[in-house]
Design a protein around this ligand. Sequence first.
Ligand SMILES: [Zn+2]
Length: 288
Amino acid sequence: MALVSAKDMLVKAKTEGYAVAQFNINNLEWTKAVLEACEEAKSPVILGVSEGAAKYMTGFKTVADMVKAMVESLNITIPVALHLDHGSYQGTQDAIKAGFSSVMFDGSHYPFEENVAKSKEMIELAHSKGLSIECEVGSIGGEEDGVIGSGELADPRECQAMANLGIDFLAAGIGNIHGKYPENWAGLSFETLEEISKVTNGLPLVLHGGTGIPAEQIKKAISLGVSKINVNTELQLVFAEATRKYIEDGKDLEGKGFDPRKLLAPGVAAIKAMVNEKIDIFGSRNKA
Ligand SMILES: [Zn+2]
């Protein structure tokens, strides 16, 4: 199945009351693990790629070509969107050119008027090529590729103005943070989420920083209009933990345990288990 835009899968999720996960990918093993796990679970999926991760994998074109080839080689039948995460003005244009099927343009660090003007331009470009587009209002706390935000609550009026530009889904801060949550985290602001939901007219909403938000809060957020949840750090943590255990147990020193196909296998299995856990919390199993 060819890559698809994320629009239809999120409209369906919103209507049926579940959320589709965006799992960020970092390399071939990551991509394969996420695709295989989602195919087995018959769950639609959004593969997220930050500009930093794309650069690490040598560029947008490498990523797009690898994902397309892998979807074909693995006979993947579920809907798969390849989505740029927190794209810059230039990066968004480059990812579109390279063959991504969905993009996020993050103009949240510009003054609002400039964010609107640039978002408008990117929406036109993305839609002219059949891609879906996500834009962001207000910054999301924590660190996203070197940009530090302080966990703010988005202004519903700004959300409404952004929604009216014709975006396909909206990222807005509701107290969520990228990376690990601090001990004293206040939790999600459902009041803000409800207000944003009300003024954006049924637009699917995106929850960034999905790592470590308790399942009850995730479920409540979905019931209030969140249809896409981004998971990145959590897969990195379980991959690192499983790999560390393999090495600490001395497995790489037994036989051909140093072979990367063996060395990375426990990490891959850990990613798959976490993907399954998220799919069940988000409710997207058998929704492909
Ligand atoms: Zn994010």
